[in-house]
Design a protein around this ligand. Structure first.
Ligand SMILES: Nc1ncnc2c1ncn2[C@@H]1O[C@H](COP(=O)(O)OP(=O)(O)OP(=O)(O)O)[C@@H](O)[C@H]1O
Length: 459
């Protein structure tokens, strides 16, 4: 095959896989030869060989065939790391092997054999929009991805649903792999960790399990709250964690809440998790949501050329859909797909019509938990003190503010609110609410604090 044929195939792939995928995965491929029905490409890393084999080989093959290139299979040869590493990928015939990696490593199983979860190619730093609520988490993730001596261990990222924890973890993994393809990065969810552990126990393969997890250079465990209450898994996690930290290997953990707030997690694990850097992803604010929408809309515009987008629609969505970024993304995707199907301009009316269910579900619903979190942050007290027994004023007053705001901003009854504040009686809640009402008329600082918090919660 001539190289200009491959050039044409690349051009077509650019259109089908999108700009980012193209730049990350297709552009670096070098066609070596087509021989005996096999199109052989060289790639810079075995990680990339695997990824391309798994995700793009079918498409590459399809386009090659469309231009009458006599290939029924594609293979990827790692050029720089180890010339012997070849990853074979699917052909159209069903007897073809699934991707096989033949990389060998002296320090344990090859990167390809690590029992991790696949990384999403879209979750890169380039695609991550930074704003006030996530700037610290983003900076910490970048710092860890740079490699070098381990400065904080573990990096613990936490935050509510769909705020970008997994995205940042994958971005770190991609970046580390690009910087140093030899590093053994293992990313998996805590659930998968447990599953592997149970399987090793059942198959009497505990030594292999231990060796495998202790042989990685970077361990990433997503949604660690999952192992809370699972005693043996916690125990094994604890030992794995310690062994890696002792060897100076980087660990990155995510959870839906801070280590200290994870119920049924052993204290010794909580304290280990707090040893490094703990950073949270705050709920998005309007500016961040708009930034994310603008970036994603830009990508869709390239995909759905010719679609007209009325002014103010993105602002409207950023204002109305405040739940999480996943919902925001879903809404935008639906809007573009719908508009292109019916061939209409994307106007405010179209958005309202097509997204009626999402908009209805997103009608601002502030929760007591959100109020407790915001108020404790504002007064710099621990979230656990909100529901704990302490009665000193520096804690009791913020607690009353949170009770007051819960009464004002949610539809919860006084007993329901009491239950969420560590099982307090409804009369305690009533007393707290009244106290804050009074204080707002006599204490201007209290008035300002409550107003500020209310605005932030309603934003
Ligand atoms: N700042 C951001 N910029 C661009 N995309 C983002 C950002 N934050 C989140 N997203 C996108 O939102 C979606 C949800 O993010 P992600 O899966 O990382 O959330 P999460 O915090 O891990 O959620 P969960 O608690 O459900 O595991 C992803 O598609 C991700 O790319």
């Amino acid at each position: 095959m001539k190289n200009d044929t491959w050039g044409r195939v690349k051009q077509q792939l650019l259109e089908t896989v999108g700009r980012n995928n193209y730049a990350n995965w297709i552009e670096p491929l070098q066609l070596q030869k087509v021989d005996n029905g096999v199109a052989l490409f060289s790639v810079p890393t075995s990680f990339m060989a695997n990824w391309v084999a798994r995700n793009f080989s079918d498409q590459i093959l399809k386009h090659l065939k469309a231009l009458d290139v006599p290939a029924s299979r594609v293979e990827f040869k790692v050029e720089t790391v180890n010339a012997a590493d070849t990853v074979r990928a699917a052909s159209s015939d069903s007897s073809a092997a699934a991707p096989i990696a033949r990389a060998a490593s002296e320090s344990g199983p090859s990167v390809e054999e690590l029992p991790g979860a696949p990384l999403d190619a879209r979750f890169t730093f380039d695609n991550f929009v930074v704003g006030k609520p996530n700037e610290l988490a983003h900076a910490a993730a970048r710092r860890v991805a740079e490699g070098g001596p381990v400065t904080f261990n573990p990096l613990f990222l936490y935050g509510g649903v769909g705020l970008g924890k997994t995205h940042l973890m994958h971005a770190i993994a991609h970046e580390i792999q690009v910087r140093d393809p030899k590093l053994r990065v293992l990313y998996l969810s805590a659930e998968q960790f447990m599953y592997r552990f149970v399987q090793a126990l059942r198959d009497r393969q505990m030594m292999d399990f231990k060796q495998l997890f202790r042989s990685v250079d970077v361990l990433m465990v997503d949604d660690v709250q999952f192992i809370a209450g699972k005693d043996s898994t916690q125990e094994e996690f604890f030992h794995t964690f310690n062994a890696l930290v002792d060897q100076g290997k980087q660990i990155i953990i995510s959870a839906d809440r801070a280590p200290g707030e994870i119920k049924d997690l052993e204290d010794r694990i909580k304290s280990r998790l707090q040893c490094g850097l703990v950073v949270d992803l705050h709920p998005t604010d309007y500016e961040l949501r708009l930034g994310i929408l603008q970036t994603k809309a830009e990508n869709y515009r390239a995909q759905y050329q010719g679609l007209v987008f009325a002014d103010g629609v993105l602002e409207f969505l950023a204002h109305r859909i405040t739940t999480n970024v996943r919902v925001l993304e879903g809404a935008l995707m639906r809007l573009f797909a719908f508009a292109s199907l019916v061939g209409r301009e994307i106007t405010m009316e179209l958005a309202q019509e097509c997204l009626a269910d999402i908009l209805k579900a997103s009608d601002r619903k502030v929760t007591v938990e959100e109020i407790q979190r915001r108020v404790s942050e504002h007064y710099s007290i621990r979230l656990s003190d909100m529901i704990g027994p302490k009665r000193v004023r520096v804690i009791a007053r913020p607690r009353q503010v949170a009770m007051y705001l819960s009464k004002q901003l949610t539809s919860r009854s006084l007993p329901e609110i009491g239950r969420r504040f560590g099982g307090r009686d409804h009369t305690t809640v009533m007393h707290g609410v009244r106290r804050i009402e009074e204080l707002q008329t006599t204490d201007s600082q209290m008035f300002e604090d409550v107003e500020m918090l209310r605005r932030a919660l309603e934003a």
